[in-house]
Design a protein around this ligand. Structure first.
Ligand SMILES: Nc1ncnc2c1ncn2[C@@H]1O[C@H](COP(=O)(O)OP(=O)(O)OP(=O)(O)O)[C@@H](O)[C@H]1O
Length: 401
């Protein structure tokens, strides 16, 4: 494990102190600085045919360096101020750490308005586009490969949480941030929202960011970042990998429509509640992806699902640490079923909030935008417009009503 001057706070710089002006870039970033010309050459002038993705940060291009190495070049969109902050954040979060289940940052480029990150190129795209995508991928995720993916992500997160000093909370663990190499080894990517936990701090308060469906409720409500908020997101991801379904998908198989009758307020967290429902009925195997392959080990898959339920418990101390999760996934440690109760979903909170606001204000919301702005005005100051993904669901709730 690397311990950079930044991570040990020897540089005296904290994330908050670093301004977003180019000239104030921290000098102790332990990685290669590329010229814009080099990266333009590698990507054939950022040719659209080399574009492999688009995220909140900007566009991602595939490229080849002069030494033949394939790279992924992430170009920050110029107008994105928030992205600029994330650029510095990502750079500092991962430039000095390395683990087999984290993407490797090769370097960066800062020239004029340009801010670019350069990673190793991962051949098999993200879990969101392959396992959970709409049938465009021809990768077969048999059970063995899913076990390796779940374990790899758990190990990568345990490393960030326990082995790096200060500890890192990723804050945006989700299927589109898990990239796969040619052997389907998972690599955690996108450290734009990562937070460094100061030594001895149990949590830090922050503006809420992240992605709906994976957000731990206490983080969404109070903006408190702890390692347990990542554990929650990991739990959701674990259920998605075993079931092959997205937690936020509104497209449910016909036989599962009953779930929406049972929990009519739910617009996301569907998979979580579905898993809980089958767990209560003693029929957990029903949620396992039917295309998990001939090598499926049903007992192991059910254990993974129980770990997912444990990770998404409402009470944070009932969620295991990531190193315990690793032990439970490998079978070294038993899963304590007695600790499993109904998982928490952010929908519980939003529905409650809407109802209590209605009671308080006696209002019928005229439109989704009125609803959204009223919620924002009444919410904890930590809940902000930055929570763009959450906004979508606020809207969805109001439209359904
Ligand atoms: N190192 C890489 N190797 C191969 N493809 C990559 C790499 N990094 C990113 N990509 C591709 O680019 C896409 C966009 O990545 P990016 O991290 O910018 O956004 P995202 O995680 O999909 O979305 P958001 O920024 O909203 O969280 C990924 O889904 C993936 O397809």
């Amino acid at each position: 494990m690397g311990c950079s001057p930044f991570f040990c706070y020897k540089s005296g710089a904290t994330r908050q102190q670093i301004s977003t002006h180019t000239e104030d870039l921290p000098g102790d970033i332990n990685t290669i600085r590329y010229t814009y010309k080099e990266l333009a050459r590698a990507t054939e002038n950022f040719n659209p045919s080399n574009k492999i993705g688009e995220g909140g940060f900007g566009s991602v291009y595939k490229g080849r360096l002069r030494n033949g190495k394939l790279i992924a070049v992430k170009v920050l969109s110029v107008e994105s101020r928030q992205g600029l902050k994330e650029f510095l954040n990502e750079l500092m979060s991962i430039s000095n750490i390395s683990h087999g289940n984290l993407v490797s940052l090769y370097g960066y480029c800062v020239e004029g308005n340009q801010r670019i990150l350069v990673y190793n190129y991962l051949e098999n795209n993200s879990l969101a586009q392959t396992l959970l995508g709409s049938g465009r991928s021809n990768i077969q995720f048999n059970w063995r490969s899913r076990v390796n993916i779940c374990l790899g992500i758990a190990r990568g997160l345990a490393y960030l949480h326990d082995d790096v000093n200060p500890h890192i909370v990723h804050r945006d663990i989700k299927a589109s941030n898990i990239l796969l190499d040619k052997d389907l080894t998972p690599k955690i990517s996108d450290f734009g929202l990562a937070k460094l936990l100061p030594p001895n701090a149990s949590h830090i308060s922050t503006r809420v960011a992240g992605t709906l469906g994976y957000l731990a409720p206490e983080y969404a409500i109070r903006g408190q970042v702890t390692r347990k908020s990542d554990v929650y997101s990991f739990g959701v991801l674990l259920l998605e990998i075993v079931s092959g379904r997205s937690n936020t998908s509104s497209r449910l198989p016909y036989e599962d429509q009953i779930l929406l009758e049972k929990f009519p307020e739910v617009t996301n967290g569907v998979l979580l509640l579905q898993t809980w429902m089958y767990y209560e009925q003693g029929d957990l195997a029903k949620i396992i992806d039917s295309s998990a392959g001939d090598d499926l080990d049903i007992e192991q898959a059910c254990r993974f699902l129980k770990v997912g339920l444990l990770c998404t418990q409402d009470v944070t101390r009932h969620r295991p640490t990531m190193s315990t999760v690793v032990s439970m996934l490998t079978g070294e440690k038993d899963v304590d079923s007695e600790k499993i109760s109904k998982p928490a979903t952010i929908s519980d909170f939003m529905d409650l909030k809407i109802r209590s606001m209605r009671r308080e204000n006696n209002i019928a919301f005229a439109s989704s935008s009125t609803l959204l702005s009223t919620i924002m005005a009444h919410s904890s100051p930590l809940l902000s417009q930055e929570t763009t993904q959450a906004s979508i669901t606020f809207t969805a709730i109001s439209e359904r009503e």
